[in-house]
Design a protein around this ligand. Structure first.
Ligand code: ZN
Length: 205
């Protein structure tokens, strides 16, 4: 979730996702079983379920992304948003990508886990906001149970920004790591399936 207007972001989206976690346990147990058999993807195993970790660096990630020169990125039509999400998604996963829907009635952009949908109010249809939400969707698919904007999210988002928004990952990471008063923690390379470690998951939606 992100809010380009610079207002304090509402946590409603991530809370919504966390509350839905229990209903999807069957699907995720399949995914986690797959992950357990797969080399290189590991971190989901210790978590009890989707949304189980506190999202303590959410506001730090918002501050960090908005200070990047690439923020908020070029405006996109809904069709272009769908195209971009589809491209990012298929570079990581072999499964149907999230559907983009018109979030005009919403104040914030969000990924709705239950419907596998990214909802975008008009202000949010820009490259970086779409990449922010795409990173949420991918993270929930491959590492359920990690915090919404935690270190694993930050690592995946950084990787996606490098590839699709031409963000220099070293400079961006340095800025996050030195941000005050709250720094952004990035999980080490290799702990999140990225383009360089593509997860071959089969999901059912
Ligand atoms: Zn978010």
């Amino acid at each position: 979730m992100a809010d380009a207007a610079g207002k304090a972001p509402s946590p409603e989206c991530e809370v919504f996702i966390a509350q839905l976690g229990g209903a999807m346990d069957g699907v995720w147990s399949e995914v986690v079983t797959w992950l357990a058999r797969s080399p290189g993807t590991i971190r989901a195993m210790g978590n009890s379920g989707v949304g189980s970790q506190r999202d303590s660096q959410r506001s730090a990630v918002y501050t960090w992304e908005r200070a990047l020169p690439a923020w908020p990125g070029a405006p996109l039509s809904l069709f272009e948003c769908q195209e971009l999400v589809g491209r990012v998604w298929h570079d990581h996963l072999e499964a149907p990508p999230p559907r983009i829907t018109d979030g005009r009635s919403r104040r914030t952009a969000c990924y709705v886990y239950e419907d596998h949908e990214i909802r975008l109010p008009r202000w949010s249809r820009t490259v970086m906001v779409v990449l922010h939400e795409a990173a949420h969707a991918i993270l929930w698919a491959v590492l359920p149970g990690t915090a919404g904007h935690g270190p694993e999210y930050a690592r995946l988002y950084l990787d996606i920004l490098e590839r699709y928004a031409e963000v220099d990952p070293d400079i961006a990471r340095w800025r996050g790591a030195h941000q005050r008063p709250r720094r952004v923690h990035f999980a080490p390379v290799g702990t999140v399936p990225t383009l360089r470690q593509r997860a071959q998951l089969k999901l059912w939606y």
